[in-house]
Structure formats: structure tokens, C-alpha cells
Design a protein around this ligand. Structure first.
Ligand code: GTP
Length: 262
């Protein structure tokens, strides 16, 4: 279970190339786990960087406020948003200066493409997005001349702990089918159960879930594999209601350091 090291390295190189073209980086994180979804491994320190906590519609509101304070205290620029926030409100929060050349980055599934589409607005998409047109680096411009790279930078984290894998699973950044170790499912369930106050055990919960959803094998045996698949997909999509999986007070100094890039 992990992304392939070669894959991670290639993505890192691509981002480094893109970084040469920009002076501003919008780092899209999932508001439900802003540390687990940080763009670890690439140094943005020489760029104007905005931490964007996305999907606040499905995160716990109080916890999101705590995260905003946490990042502000570190002197970072942080904003919150969600897919249904009107474009003009969102643009105001970003408040790019007119010389900004912007790269949108983040780990998988944090909402980068949705953000790019919103920023593009209703205007025609850039030329290169059409089939048959030479592929290359494409930009689009905002009304005030700010230029934004049309493709997001995708970063793959080095998954150094079960805890990290579990959180990435919960937010849909690590696909369910990539999980090979049962302990990751168990850890993810623990985090989820703790967050919303479920008291049943892993086995009880998933047997019950499988039965309720009619996920049964021959002889009426609960199909746990399919139950896991459906449950974690729904959690990632926020269908289980607003919930956060990480809290600022849980972040240890070691994690803090691991999150500083490098
Ligand atoms: P990759 O291409 O995998 O890197 O994904 P991405 O970061 O471009 O994310 P994308 O915009 O494709 O969104 C991923 C999923 O999250 C989609 O199903 C979106 O509809 C959903 N999504 C994006 N933004 C939000 C949001 O603010 N709230 C909620 N609830 N869902 C969102």
C-alpha cells in the first residue's frame, strides 16, 4: 500500500518545473485533514503561498476555525472555501495581486480541478484544452490579468505511517482499492468512530453496515469487502455528515517538522 516511489519522484520533478513559471502557489488541502493533505516534499518557501482549506462544507466548523488560527499563528496565509462558494467571494479571499502567476497544487482529490474550473468561470477554456491542439503549458487569465496555470500540480505523499494512510483514505486521497493492509481500514474506522462518537467495534459496525445496505454474499453472509469500499467512498464524499479527522492539538512537533517540506 503506497504510491510508487518512482511515481512520487516524477510528480515532484514536474511540480519543480512548474514552480519555475510562477510566483504564487495555492496549496489546496482538505479541511477535514489539513496536515495529512499537505503538499509534503516540495519547497514553496520562495513563493507567495496561500493555504486553501477546501471542502469546509463537509468538515466540522469549529475544528476548521481552530485550523485557521493554527496556521495564522505560524504566520501563514490561510483561507477556507468549498465548491459552492460564489466565484466573486472566492476571488476576494484569494486577493491575488495583479502580477500573480499562480500554480494550484495539492495531493489527489482535494478539489484542485473544481477550483480551476471555478476560477476560469464561464469564459472559454484555454486553447490547449481542446482535442487536437498541441499539448503544452496552458494559462488562463483572470479579469485583472492574473495568470493561472490551467493544470494543477499533483503531489503524492510519502506514506510514512498507518495514521497518515488512514487519514488519506478518509478524505479520498488514497483510493480504497489501493489499501492492502487491514490495519489501515481499522485505524481509519477508529478515527472516524472517535470523531462522531460511534461505540461499536470494527467488525460489528461493518457487518451491520453490510446488512443494512444489502451487501451480502451467498447464504446471506455480510460482504465486508464491499461494505468497506462503499463506506469509505461515502465518508470521503462527506455523505456521513460534516466531520473532521485531524485537530491542531494532535499535531506533534515531529509531524510539524515533517510537514515543512524538504
Ligand atoms: P485529482 O485530479 O485526483 O488530483 O483531484 P482534484 O484535486 O482535481 O479534485 P476534484 O476537483 O476532481 O474533486 C474531487 C472530488 O471532490 C469531486 O468529486 C468533487 O466534486 C469533490 N469536491 C471538490 N470540492 C469540493 C467541496 O468543496 N466540497 C465537497 N463536498 N466536495 C468537493
Amino acid at each position: 500500500m503506497s504510491w510508487y516511489p518512482g511515481h512520487i519522484e516524477k510528480a515532484k520533478r514536474q511540480i519543480k518545473d512548474l514552480l519555475r513559471l510562477v510566483n504564487t502557489v495555492v496549496e489546496v488541502r482538505d479541511a477535514r485533514a489539513p496536515f495529512a493533505t499537505s503538499a509534503y516534499g516540495v519547497d514553496f518557501s520562495r513563493k507567495e503561498t496561500i493555504i486553501l482549506l477546501n471542502k469546509v462544507d463537509i468538515a466540522d466548523e469549529e475544528t476548521t476555525k481552530e485550523w485557521v488560527e493554527f496556521f495564522k499563528k505560524q504566520g501563514k496565509r490561510v483561507i477556507t472555501t468549498h465548491k459552492d462558494e460564489p466565484r466573486n467571494v472566492f476571488l476576494k479571499k484569494l486577493s491575488f495581486d495583479r502580477f500573480a502567476r499562480v500554480l494550484i497544487v495539492g495531493v489527489p482529490n482535494t478539489g484542485k480541478s473544481t477550483i480551476i474550473n471555478k476560477l476560469k468561470g464561464k469564459r472559454a477554456s484555454s486553447v490547449g484544452a481542446q482535442p487536437g491542439v498541441t499539448k503544452g503549458i496552458q494559462w488562463f487569465s483572470l479579469e485583472n490579468g492574473v495568470k493561472i496555470l490551467d493544470t494543477p500540480g499533483i503531489l503524492y505523499k510519502n506514506i510514512f505511517s498507518e495514521d497518515l494512510a488512514a487519514k488519506l483514505l478518509l478524505v479520498g486521497s488514497l483510493p480504497v482499492e489501493r489499501i492492502e493492509d487491514q490495519r489501515i481500514f481499522e485505524r481509519a474506522f477508529d478515527i472516524f468512530a472517535q470523531s462522531i462518537g460511534i461505540e461499536s467495534s470494527f467488525n460489528e459496525f461493518f457487518e451491520d453496515f453490510a446488512k443494512k445496505r444489502g451487501l451480502l454474499k451467498k447464504g446471506g453472509v455480510p460482504d465486508i469487502e464491499r461494505a468497506l469500499m462503499l463506506f469509505f467512498t461515502e465518508v470521503a464524499q462527506g455523505k456521513t455528515g460534516p466531520v473532521s479527522f485531524e485537530h491542531p492539538e494532535d499535531i506533534t512537533p515531529v509531524q510539524q517538522e515533517q510537514n515543512q517540506g524538504g
